[in-house]
Design a protein around this ligand. Structure first.
Ligand SMILES: [Zn+2]
Length: 101
């Protein structure tokens, strides 16, 4: 699956789900999110943006406009239920490894 990165724990600004892991869907190379990166909550599909302190904030209307026709955004929206399951499995595997260590 896509590379998964652990991030600072951030609540979704819409549903409050805590986002601690992100998968980069923009391309297949290993790349951690950085200020200005988009993030989609896999619980509710709300899309946010990382600020300078790597906290999630709502997008401005202009930023929303910029992303709305982006094929990566549409793909992520469509794949959200699948991604959610994948990320959950990845997290469980990762936690088991941590337990055994
Ligand atoms: Zn959410």
């Amino acid at each position: 699956m896509e590379p998964v990165h652990e991030t600072k724990a951030n609540p979704c600004t819409k549903c409050g789900h805590v986002i601690e892991y992100v998968a980069d869907l923009g391309n297949r190379v290993e790349r951690a999110p950085r200020p200005g990166s988009f993030a989609m909550c896999l619980e509710c599909g709300w899309t946010m943006i990382y600020d300078e302190d790597m906290r999630l904030r709502d997008m401005t209307p202009r930023e929303t406009n910029d992303i709305i026709g982006d094929p990566r955004f549409i793909r992520t929206q469509m794949m959200r239920p699948i991604l959610k399951r994948r990320l959950e499995k990845w997290r469980q595997r990762n936690e088991r490894r941590t337990d055994q260590a």
